[in-house]
Design a protein around this ligand. Structure first.
Ligand code: ATP
Ligand code: MG
Ligand code: MG
Length: 550
């Protein structure tokens, strides 16, 4: 039922359209180019883009680059790449808030002319002091009643570089007694002699976020300006700015709750710290939840979309379990990718009664649940590798895999019976001996039943590759943040690199970012950075078992 399942933002938009306040739904994603995007931003991107699609409107990608100190061109490129990869198509060219600096300046002049803004000489400390507290009203600045002419001249001087940083600011003239502190004559322009990554040294005054953002939205004709909950208290100021500037179709700010994943490092500045401290291998380290990292790990845009839809859009803060994201990628890949054999922890098996030098090609379905993916040929030989833990010398009850005297099915191949094994001085098994029954070819033999089926890779035809397994970068027992110094509690076992894995030869042709199921071992993705032609490296996206149930 569509009417019932609409989220609160859709309900607001429906009403605005019904009441004639909104002719075209225009949304935007306004990242600050000061870091890589993460899973939380993905939610915002897909929400804004999704609404524009649903209502036949428009979605803008706008860089909110009004604060010159922290911004970098590198991040502009990565953000564009990530938004594109998620499948959110922005309208026209990407936009930059800094392109509106002239119009923001004019808007400030307009407020001065209306007697709604003034230049203030109080020091930053005095401004803070005069602002008051939650329980006490603020105090008016002695500069509050300067004339329009004087303010116009001083503001122009600010622009012309006549003052040092912090010497003067432009403030909105609202109400020093307002209950909402954001309305107590907020600063709207400051002096900052800093070069901007796009406008260079053209400006030495920069607008504050609360003044700039509504102007950016209004200039672009944004109908619904969707942001996160921490801006709720700023909405009266947002509304004041668009009202005083007399925009014809003023945008409307709507807040929703940020996405938080339990025991996962999401905040931009925390991810940045892990990168800068060298704990991870860059912003796209597969253990992170930046979009670039999720992509490198092997998550798909579809899985992320399903995830944010499952989480939903609300106004109440909550946090979500990471296994829910894992559930989404398993569901997405289940029928889409081939199921191949790879042995991560190999031990050799020798089939004593199989001809030396013979290579037999077994016809294997690529995905038993999706015949459309066809079949492939997998080489079978006298010597094979199986997983070390698929063999036990002295097994407990209910162990149905290989042990002396037991018969098992080699997946898609033959039934084999273990006859012997060898160990080294330390007792570690070095090789396992078996005999096979030629009658059981293909593994679907009606004559006898076996309980265990194990996967294998030909020792001579299989290929050795590097595989990486991951755990949470956070030590979940301790929680994300160290209570004493706010540092992150890092799990020392978050990365396991295995160099002697054996895979079917077919996997050597895998393309970067191609995904597979390795039977019984999980879903894997060819690493985009460290793989070379003919030399793939595989990242485990997720294991096959799920702790999350829908
Ligand atoms: P962070 O808090 O991680 O540093 P940010 O809010 O500073 O991120 P911006 O570039 O300013 O990052 O955000 C761009 C947009 O993404 C904003 O509209 C912001 O509200 C939204 N956003 C940021 N984090 C989340 C999140 N966890 N969940 C949903 N939306 C988010
Ligand atoms: Mg921000
Ligand atoms: Mg932030």
């Amino acid at each position: 039922n569509e009417a019932v399942s609409k989220n609160f933002i859709e309900q607001i938009i429906d009403k605005d359209i019904a009441e004639g306040h909104c002719k075209k739904v225009i949304t935007r994603f306004p990242p600050e180019p000061n870091g890589y995007l993460h899973i939380g931003h993905a939610k915002s991107i897909l929400l804004n883009y999704g609404l524009s699609q649903e209502y036949g409107g428009q979605f803008n990608l706008r860089f909110d680059d009004t604060n010159p100190t922290k911004e970098k061109v590198e991040f502009v490129d990565s953000i564009k790449r990530d938004v594109e990869w998620l499948g959110a198509k922005w309208h026209g060219d990407v936009l930059f808030a800094s392109d509106y600096f002239d119009r923001m300046y004019e808007a400030a002049v307009k407020l001065i002319r209306k007697g709604k803004a003034y230049v203030c000489d109080l020091t930053p400390e005095q401004i803070r002091e005069y602002r008051g507290t939650l329980t006490e009203p603020g105090k008016e600045s002695p500069y509050r009643n300067r004339s329009v002419e004087e303010n116009l001249e001083l503001f122009e001087n600010m622009k012309n570089g006549m003052y040092a940083d912090g010497e003067k600011v432009l403030r909105a003239k609202i109400d020093m007694a307002a209950a909402n502190i954001n309305m107590r004559d907020p600063i709207i322009y400051r002096v900052a002699h800093i070069s901007h990554h796009r406008t260079g040294d053209k400006w030495c005054i920069y607008p504050m976020y609360d003044f700039a953002h509504p102007i950016e939205d209004a200039i672009e004709g944004v109908s619904h300006s969707i942001c996160t909950l921490e801006f709720e208290d700023h909405r009266p100021l947002y509304d004041w700015v668009v009202r005083e500037l007399e925009y014809e179709n003023p945008p409307k700010q709507i807040e929703f709750a940020k996405l938080y994943l339990n025991n996962v490092v999401t905040g931009k500045r925390y991810i940045k710290r892990l990168v800068e401290d060298g704990i991870v291998d860059g912003w796209d380290d597969p253990r992170l939840v930046s979009i670039a990292a999720l992509r490198r790990r092997g998550f798909t845009p579809e899985s992320i979309k399903t995830f944010v839809e499952l989480v939903g859009v609300t106004k109440s803060q909550g946090s979500v379990e990471y296994p829910m994201l894992e559930y989404c990628i398993r569901e997405d890949l289940k029928l889409k990718v081939r199921r191949m054999m790879a042995v991560l922890n190999p031990v050799k098996v020798i089939i004593d009664n199989y001809p030396v030098g013979q290579v037999e090609y077994m016809e294997v379905p690529n995905n038993q649940e999706n015949p459309e993916l066809g079949t492939r040929k997998v080489p079978f030989t006298k010597e094979l590798y199986i997983e070390r833990d698929d063999f036990m010398i002295d097994p407990p009850k209910k162990y149905f895999r290989m042990f002396p005297g037991n018969e098992v099915r080699l997946m898609n191949a033959y039934f084999v019976t273990c006859t012997d094994y060898k160990t080294d001085e330390s007792g570690e098994v070095t090789e396992i001996h078996c005999t096979y029954d030629p009658e059981t070819r293909g593994g679907n033999f009606e004559g006898r039943k076996v309980k265990g089926t194990i996967h294998w890779v030909s020792a001579s035809e299989g290929k050795q590759v590097q595989v990486r397994l991951y755990e949470n970068i956070v030590d979940e027992e301790k929680g994300v943040y160290n209570e004493e110094d706010g540092s992150i509690n890092v799990n020392p076992h978050s990365l396991t690199v295995i160099d002697n894995c054996y895979v079917e030869p077919e996997l050597m042709n895998a393309a970067k970012e191609e995904k597979f199921q390795f039977v019984r071992n999980g879903y894997f993705c060819v690493d985009i950075k460290d793989s070379e032609a003919g030399k793939p490296v595989f990242n485990r996206i997720v294991s096959l078992k799920s702790s999350f149930k829908l």
